[in-house]
Design a binder for this molecule. Structure first.
Ligand SMILES: NC(=O)c1ccc[n+]([C@@H]2O[C@H](COP(=O)([O-])OP(=O)(O)OC[C@H]3O[C@@H](n4cnc5c(N)ncnc54)[C@H](O)[C@@H]3O)[C@@H](O)[C@H]2O)c1
Length: 282
């Protein structure tokens, strides 16, 4: 059985692929950003849905007593705007909650663990090729600053307790999933632009869309997660199929040829099946 902590956008797709592969799946969430009802199609397919908060030792003890063969830590307060309004909740979940998951793993058979981190740990104003060896950089918000703590804290417990840990630094994830959030604060740029364009609305380009982003289709991200950890020990890898400017995302949506001048490129060891061009083709 695999345990997915955080039954949100990525967690729902991960569970779907795991069920396709015949795996038993437990999906746990405290329904902060996701509604339980959104998981009904996965529950019908046999996924076990649990209400649990990663800030609660008792909830984690209950879930880990199920003896999962692998644990995916995707539960987070992941939104930058919400982090401005709810810094305490962001830290309690992303800092104390992550540490409690690490403790629960260490105390309950040390199952392999996969942590969904972010390319944002490298900081801003990047240039050149971004490999997983690049040091951490300056952070612009608590949702991403806490990823740095999460990575290091899980690494500490993994080494101490001897569990395998794959830290996957995701780019912006796009594409359809059973769980999609309709609040603007929880939408990321690719799907936000796609929805605006579908309604014939203007695509807002801050700083002329010069910002560079790494992007990955949710199916590719979930497939990569499902086969992680792929090696023993503590490993770090980037999960981004393409690196593109926000202006070029808008160009693809309009059916125009992208200018193709990202400020940096993201190196990733995985293979990817989906392209932004195919997804955004008008
Ligand atoms: N989606 C992206 O573009 C992206 C990019 C980089 C990194 N990530 C990371 O990947 C992970 C999954 O992202 P997502 O897009 O599925 O986010 P999401 O918000 O859809 O899923 C996170 C889930 O965690 C739950 N949650 C929040 N606080 C909790 C708590 N205290 N206890 C239990 N559950 C709690 C939420 O209700 C939500 O369902 C996150 O850690 C996120 O930071 C996502």
């Amino acid at each position: 059985m695999m345990l997915v902590l955080g039954a949100g956008y990525v967690g729902a797709k991960l569970a779907e692929l795991a069920l396709d592969a015949g795996e038993e799946v437990v999906l746990a969430d405290n329904w902060y950003a996701t509604r339980r009802g959104q998981l009904a199609p996965l529950e019908e397919r046999g996924a076990q849905i649990e209400t649990a908060d990663i800030r609660s030792r008792a909830d984690l003890a209950r879930l880990f007593s199920l003896r999962p063969a692998r644990v995916y830590l995707l539960a987070a307060q992941a939104s930058r705007p919400i982090a401005e309004r709810e810094p305490d909740y962001t830290e309690e979940t992303n800092v104390a909650g992550v540490r409690r998951v690490a403790e629960a793993a260490a105390e309950n058979g040390a199952p392999p663990l996969v942590f969904a981190s972010s390319l944002n740990v490298y900081g801003r104003e990047l240039a050149g090729e971004i490999t997983a060896e690049r040091p951490y950089g300056d952070q612009g918000d608590l949702a991403h600053l806490t990823k740095v703590y999460g990575e290091l804290c899980l690494g500490l417990f993994a080494r101490r307790a001897g569990f395998d840990l794959a830290v996957l630094r995701l780019g912006i994830v796009y594409g359809p999933s059973r769980v999609e959030h309709d609040t603007p604060d929880s939408q990321t740029v690719v799907d936000k632009f796609r929805r605006l364009a579908a309604r014939g609305e203007h695509l807002p380009l801050d700083d002329d869309g010069r910002a560079t982003i790494g992007v990955v289709h949710v199916e590719d991200a979930a497939r990569i997660m499902l086969s992680s950890p792929a090696s023993t020990g503590v490993t770090f890898a980037n999960v981004a199929a393409e690196t593109i400017t926000v202006a070029d995302v808008a160009a693809l949506i309009r059916g125009e040829e992208p200018a193709g001048a990202p400020a940096f490129t993201v190196a990733s060891p995985f293979t990817y099946e989906q392209t932004l061009r195919d997804y955004l083709r008008p």
